[in-house]
Design a protein around this ligand. Structure first.
Ligand code: BES
Ligand code: ZN
Length: 601
């Protein structure tokens, strides 16, 4: 040990540090010098100030100095553990210049290798990861609500840490809030614990920092099985429990294919309508939008997706945001396999066909460099990597490999992959090496072209072209004012139908559709979004009557983006969009607000 200290001392004296191999361009961390292994949070949730305040205690490995990521954090002071005195000493720190995307590096010199470091800090009321809701914005209207959304690089807006998915940490937390509220985290949530206002958590499994998550509010729990359940506001929890009653079957289905669920408990926190995305795979506790509560389980593919991340993404994680397709492409593929097992091949194929349609649409607008799975994000916000490419092109590659080697071999390979890299973060090349080594039968697929070139390679295992034949025939019939049957149509069928209608479908046709199928009154948020788009385009009043209330309550970007975009196509529409956004903005998540502001500028 003493020898090591001397060597490191010489390095530092000579002003030369061990060589740097920074693989993650979106983090200031220099894990070769100091790597965070464990985090203990001690935080007060201050709804009045919209701030988290307290400390993060980091167990650090290495000689130092320690470099952390922060964005918008007010650093109050730093303490270093003195192992001789068994007490905390005052430490020093330097907060570097802040970059708008990456934030500011926080450099802390260590006074001993492998030292404990405690940072006292406060978050900004504008922290990107945090959405603070006042009571009127919640379902119950009585209590405030807070939740986090840290993927991809927003954990640094509420915790000073090494915010790279290549760094894995265990964590504990002590959270203080009003005694009427419940806090839950991506950790062990002992069910229905008494409301005391102080809650402790433990996540003993190593996870990348973007998976650290918390929600605080008037939350209740309903068990769905002995290891699955839902948390939501009292007004929503029953509905959510009904909608997600297949969750245990989903866990069983994917376990049978790809090995045991390694995280003990699988719960779902159903957030408020303003939740900015569909779902987030926080370990042990998926966060989900209530817009999937359609009443008929037709949108639970989202749960299949977030659950599948318990294997692809959480167990085996992308080491950098360039490797995102290892998370999202694998998960889109697994999601589809779960759907096939639970709801049959036809529904799974239809969902995939819709996704491939969305990929093709988006590819038309994407520059060639963004059609590459191993996407180059140099100098860019990792957010720019979240296109349909990692999701659907990634899943298509896996489908193509499956077709090449046969399902049995392919599934065995995936099972081995999850076991081999469990609790590790890997890069694309690690996967490719493993594929070549363990599945040589896959040589027939030009994986390099898939991963490093733009566009869709020939020979992709696309969904069968005929899956929507009946719907496509109905579209033609509708155009010719002929009758057709819609008996037994699923949500996916309706989406295909509406999206297949001509762009210029106008008032009279809209009225005809609405009288027959009551779209303006639908409780299905996906169908409604599509219907509202068409209503804006056609200037169809009965549909438009739902637009404003929808935009004022729902904050899911997938739905806001097409609606505001559609509005912004005309000058009058743009003025209306600005007016609605002016009132809706305070209720949107910071990310959603920024996205809409950008659309309307
Ligand atoms: N990991 C993502 C959530 C995410 C998306 C975080 C974009 C940061 C940026 C999650 O697993 C996801 O993909 N959610 C989708 C739903 C899914 C069914 C495709 C979403 O939110 O729309
Ligand atoms: Zn995902």
């Amino acid at each position: 040990m003493r020898v090591l200290v001397v060597i490191i001392g010489l390095f530092t004296l000579a002003g030369c540090r061990p060589p740097l191999t920074r693989t993650d361009i979106h983090s200031y961390a220099q894990p070769e010098l100091a790597r965070v292994r464990h985090i203990e949070l001690d935080l007060d949730v201050l709804f009045g100030q919209r701030q988290l305040a307290g400390s993060a205690t980091l167990s650090v490995e290495g000689p130092g100095p320690l470099t952390l990521d922060t964005r918008g954090l007010a650093i109050e002071r730093v303490e270093l553990w003195n192992a001789t005195r068994r007490a905390w000493d005052a430490g020093t720190f330097t907060l570097g210049a802040s970059d708008p995307v990456l934030g500011a590096p926080l450099e802390i010199p260590l006074t001993a290798p492998d030292q404990g470091v405690r940072v006292y800090y406060r978050t900004s009321p504008q922290a990107t990861a945090l959405q603070w809701l006042d009571p009127p914005q919640t379902a119950g209207k009585k209590w405030p609500l807070l939740f986090t959304q840290s993927e991809s690089i927003y954990a640094r807006t509420w915790i000073p840490l090494q915010d790279s998915p290549g760094i894995r940490v265990t964590y504990k937390a002590r959270i203080r809030t009003a005694r009427e509220l419940t806090a839950v985290m991506s950790a062990d949530n002992s069910k229905n614990r008494p409301r005391t206002g102080e809650y402790v958590f433990d996540m003993p499994q190593r996870i990348p920092p973007y998976l650290i998550a918390i929600a605080v509010g008037d939350l209740e729990y309903r068990a769905l099985s002995n290891r699955t359940g839902v948390y939501a506001e009292p007004a929503t929890v029953e509905l959510a429990a009904k909608e997600f009653s297949d969750t245990e079957r989903m866990v069983g289905a994917i376990e049978a294919m790809y090995g045991p669920y390694r995280w003990q408990q699988y719960d779902i926190f159903v957030g408020p309508p303003s939740f900015p995305i569909g779902g987030m795979e926080n370990p042990r506790l998926t966060f989900a939008t209530p817009t999937v509560l359609a009443g008929d389980k037709s949108l639970v593919g989202l749960i299949a997706h977030e659950l599948a991340h318990s294997w692809s993404g959480n167990l085996v994680s992308n080491a950098t945001w360039r490797d995102l397709w290892l998370n999202e492409g694998f998960t889109t593929y697994l999601e589809n396999r779960i759907q096939e097992k639970l709801y049959g091949r036809e529904r799974a194929e239809k969902e995939f066909a819709i996704e491939v349609g969305e990929l093709r649409e988006e590819m038309k607008r994407l520059a060639p460099r963004d059609q590459i799975l191993w996407v180059n994000l140099d100098g860019r916000d990792p957010e720019e990597g979240f296109t349909q490419v990692p999701y659907v092109k990634g899943a298509l590659l896996l489908r193509t490999l499956e077709r090449e080697v046969g399902r049995e071999k392919w599934d065995a390979f995936l099972r081995e992959y999850f076991a081999r890299f469990a609790f590790e973060s890997i890069t694309t090349s690690t996967f490719l090496d493993f594929l070549r080594l363990r599945l040589p039968e896959s040589v027939g697929v030009d994986v390099s072209q898939w991963v490093y070139a733009s566009g869709l390679p020939d020979g992709a295992a696309l969904p069968a072209p005929g899956v929507f034949a009946a719907i496509d025939a109905a579209i033609v019939s509708f155009g010719q004012s002929k009758t057709f049957s819609t008996e037994g149509w699923s949500t996916q069928d309706w989406l295909r139908f509406l999206r297949g209608l001509p762009e210029d479908t106008a008032g009279p046709a809209m009225t005809r559709l609405d009288e027959a199928y009551k779209f303006s009154a639908t409780g299905n948020s996906e169908i409604l979004t599509q219907w509202l788009r068409m209503s804006i385009r056609a200037g169809y009043e009965p549909g438009l009557a739902r637009l404003e209330p929808f935009l004022l309550s729902v904050g899911r970007q997938k739905m806001l983006r097409p609606l505001y975009t559609e509005l912004a196509r005309t000058e009058a529409g743009k003025a209306k969009a600005r007016e609605i956004f002016g009132r809706a903005r305070a209720g949107y998540h910071p990310l959603a607000a920024a996205m809409v502001a950008n659309l309307l500028k």
